[in-house]
Design a binder for this molecule. Structure first.
Ligand code: NAP
Length: 280
């Protein structure tokens, strides 16, 4: 049976470190989270982010704007936050309502306050390995691997999914740490064969329990980024945990795996931003 990599436990350790650093600071790091509209999943994520801030002693502000908010109004708020000294990190919860361009909104955030690391300046920095912030989910995956002393150098890593927020940066971070990386997506021919080559398999596709035991090389490390609902509406990942844990060497559960790490990395980025802003 595979070792269970508990993101929950590791995230508690990361948060304790952040809290200890924050307690020593005279000016507390501050995170502003903006949510537009009533998407139920987004509301849960935003509440969890605010709760995380509270846990580590950050200042937290949540801006809840109506679905009808115009781009100009959102733009005005972001510009104010860009120059607000209390606020070190600005996060706009995605998705935004269809009438607002996510790209244009992200481009408005000052890169040094872009704690999601979605601004083109920050995504570009990932390419060169000279990064300032890392996008929270792939950073959380890398931190989990480090905590478990699983080196990616020289390993065959397969990332399934090529989204801008998970798959692509995940592949780049693994490449930057000297892995041999394959990125798969919906047009990949023979996905199962590709996955079976992986020493470390990261799955981020958004399809409940899609990756079954026959996709796994015995002993492989399996990281499940997915957050899906099964046929009974229960939270699950992209990986069929019950089958795969019998074949894998180590596996992350859902819930309690990558999810809590994502929030911990957001807090870590906010602390970095506060230091960058000169807070001590
Ligand atoms: P996304 O933007 O929808 O991208 C999904 C990717 O998976 C695409 O690249 C798509 O390929 C690929 N894909 C879809 N079906 C496939 C298939 N049958 N075979 C191979 N590839 C396939 O999703 P995302 O935002 O990256 O999120 C992925 C999952 O992670 C979701 O469940 C999401 O909820 C979860 N997530 C979790 C966290 C966390 O903190 N735990 C954070 C972010 C996301 P194409 O590009 O060819 O369409």
């Amino acid at each position: 049976m595979a070792e269970i990599i508990s993101g929950k436990e590791i995230s508690e350790k990361v948060k304790a470190e952040i809290k200890a650093e924050t307690e020593k600071m005279k000016e507390k790091p501050g995170l502003a989270v903006i949510i537009v509209g009533e998407d139920p999943a987004s509301k849960v994520y935003v509440n969890n982010k605010a709760k995380g801030c509270e846990q580590v002693g950050f200042l937290s502000r949540v801006y809840r704007l109506p679905e009808s908010t115009r781009f100009e109004e959102l733009s005005e708020l972001i510009k104010q936050l860009n120059t607000d000294r209390e606020i070190d990190g600005i996060l706009v919860q995605l998705p935004l309502p269809k009438h607002i361009s996510e790209k244009e909104v992200i481009n408005l955030i000052t890169p040094t306050k872009d704690v999601d690391a979605f601004h083109p300046v920050n995504t570009g920095r990932i390419m060169t390995g000279d990064y300032y912030f890392l996008p929270c989910t792939p950073a959380g995956v890398m931190r989990m691997l480090r905590e478990k002393k699983i080196s990616v150098a020289g390993k065959k890593c397969v990332v399934v999914g090529r989204s801008n927020i998970v798959g692509k940066p995940q592949a780049m971070l693994m490449l930057n740490e000297s892995a041999t990386v394959t990125v798969c997506h919906s047009k990949t021919v023979n996905l199962k064969e590709e996955c079976r080559q992986a020493d470390i398999l990261v799955v981020a596709i958004g399809k409940a329990k899609f990756i079954t035991a026959d996709y796994i090389k015995p002993g492989a490390v399996v990281i499940d980024v997915g957050m899906d609902r099964d046929e009974n509406g229960k939270l699950c990942g992209d990986v069929d945990f019950e089958g795969v844990e019998k074949v894998a060497g180590a596996i992350t559960p859902v819930p309690g795996g990558v999810g809590p790490m994502t929030i911990a990395m957001l807090l870590s980025n906010t602390l970095t931003a506060a230091k960058y802003a000169g807070k001590k």
